[in-house]
Design a protein around this ligand. Structure first.
Ligand code: FE2
Length: 391
């Protein structure tokens, strides 16, 4: 709903823009410019960088490692439009990445946000009880200075705050420009991060939602009750927190009681605790993206034919930009809410452990997360879980 007090203060504001602001925007104690990057600790960063280049169409653009005097880790920075991933691998058994990898397998260590004033955000966050990991400090090289601070979140995951306004280098201090590993695709497969989801232990979801509300001034925008996301076997509870302009969205899941082991329980067991479950990547052509990724060996969860042939589902979703047969061919899911519709598909886990996976999403107005698809999706997921002997 539009906050009328807010609208009265800005009578000349573009009505389209005002209409787009659904919730009240809190007086920004924690302003965020946008996603900066996601940093992973992986078992073999060089090979992971090759995989994300070939299979995900990302492009290597910066590197740091022992050659730059960065003796613990080799780190590859890749991008696709506005999405930046940093893949860091340990060079020695004692490297932090090696320890993290031994415990969790490949996973996300940092979700970095670009902010205009690191000190202000950090002070607010810590004042509200944020887990302090690194106080604000400058990091400098010949290309300038970034300011950075780190606060903790679920498990070993961290939120990094970065101000890069005084920096002109290829990525971050210490990194040098790097040439693509393979020829970049003619058309990128995705161009933005839509949301990043965390899995936390049973009974801890509310606590982490409140953490983001308190520490970052986020608001709870969507809530799934348990029976809305339940299949015969597994169930989860999920809440979504977002910042004022909705650019940053963090859904948080916890397992719920089902007949058998929840997919969230499987994650927690194999990841060795809470962590990032999936990253949703926004595309403007999901059909082309899925075709290209499949061709390059990415495996997706497959919704059953019954999903596409259900008259109720067809009635509910109405007209979308492509014939439903095209979606069915690729197992792309559709969901609609009062604001529009969205197309989405989920990859299988992208490492040996059944943990981190990706979502590809094409939004047409809809701000939802695909609640209408959860049943079909969970059934597909449970099939995979059963194959692994974890159901
Ligand atoms: Fe998602």
């Amino acid at each position: 709903m539009v906050d009328t007090a807010h609208r009265n203060e800005t009578p000349e504001a573009d009505p389209g823009l005002v209409g787009a602001v659904e919730h009240d925007i809190r007086e920004d104690a924690f302003p965020i410019k946008g996603w900066d990057h996601v940093r992973f600790y992986v078992g073999n960063a060089r090979q992971a960088a090759h995989y994300y280049s070939t299979a995900f169409g990302m492009t290597l653009f910066a590197y740091r490692g022992p050659e730059q005097g960065h003796r613990e880790h080799a780190e590859y920075a890749l991008k696709s439009g506005g999405v930046t991933f940093v893949l860091a691998g340990g060079v020695t058994a004692e490297s932090e990445a090696s320890r993290h990898y031994a415990r969790h397998g490949d996973g996300v260590i940092e979700v970095a946000l670009e902010v205009p004033d690191v000190d202000k955000n950090y002070e607010h966050a810590v004042g509200q009880g944020a887990i302090a990991v690194e106080e604000p400090h400058d990091v400098t090289d010949e290309h300038g200075t970034i300011r950075r601070a780190v606060i903790g979140t679920y498990g070993e995951t961290r939120n990094v705050l970065i101000d890069r306004s005084r920096y002109t280098g290829p990525f971050l201090p210490g990194f040098v420009a790097a040439e693509p590993m393979v020829k970049p695709p003619e058309k990128r497969f995705f161009q933005a991060i839509d949301h990043i989801v965390g899995n936390v232990e049973l009974g801890r979801m509310r606590e982490w939602v409140q953490y983001y509300e308190r520490v970052m001034g986020f608001t709870n925008i969507v809530e799934f009750v348990e029976d809305a996301i339940a299949t015969e076997y597994s169930a989860l509870m999920s809440k979504v927190v977002a910042n004022g302009n909705r650019k940053i969205k963090f859904p948080i899941n916890e397992p719920a009681e089902g007949k058998k082991k929840s997919q969230i329980d499987e994650y927690l067991e194999f990841y060795g605790g809470p962590g990032v479950q999936h990253i949703a990547l926004a595309t403007n052509d999901i059909l082309a993206a899925v075709d290209a990724m499949r061709e390059r060996g990415v495996e997706f969860l497959e919704a059953p034919d019954a999903y596409y042939e259900d008259p109720e589902m067809r009635e509910r979703i109405g007209e979308v930009r492509v014939p439903i047969e095209e979606l069915q061919k690729r197992r792309v899911l559709v969901d609609r809410d009062e604001d529009g519709y969205m197309l989405q598909i989920f990859t299988k886990p992208q490492q040996d452990r059944p943990t981190v996976f990706y979502e590809i999403i094409e939004r047409h107005g809809s701000l939802s997360f695909g609640k209408g698809n959860f049943k079909a999706l969970f059934e597909a997921l449970e099939k995979e879980q059963a194959k692994r002997g974890n159901l």
